[in-house]
Design a binder for this molecule. Sequence first.
Ligand code: ZN
Length: 190
Amino acid sequence: MNTLSQVLEANKCFVFQSKIDSYTSISKVSKVPSRSIAILTCMDTRLVDFLEPALGIKRGEAKVIKNAGNSVTGPFSATIRNLLISIFELGVNEVLVIGHLDCGMAHVTSSELIAKMRDRGISQDAISMVDDELKVWLGLFHHPVENVRHVVSKIRSNPLIPCDVPIHGLMFDPHSGEIEVIVNGYGQSL
Ligand code: ZN
């Protein structure tokens, strides 16, 4: 069975079970996060179904934005756009940037990535379009803790982000689930 078939099969069972459950529990979950929190974190597989319970965050309580290395690539990048929607449209008033120990992004280099793209038949023209951006993006990620500080500072200094929204920086241990505060966003100055 291929991946899509497995997902569809699991979904059938899930929807069937949900219908049964809806007779016994009435739970309305809103798209507006009930705890007014947005989390920017990494797409690492070890965080799936693990980070939120480790933080005591349940379905309906927070916006969760994920990308490789919980990064912000520019002042109006996809991550910043997601935060703007979260803050101005969905009532978010606090942001947690959560990096994690042993992040794979610390080991990715632009030259290796480009070599792999070439091996898979990606054209030089296509690579040339993103070459410089790849170098800047991956060159900035030396260490997960340093990256969290850098990303918090990038969001904090972004003129589109309101000053009264605290931006915290945290590190997560993907093995034990322990959190360490790197940047406390309360009373943060620009
Ligand atoms: Zn990661």
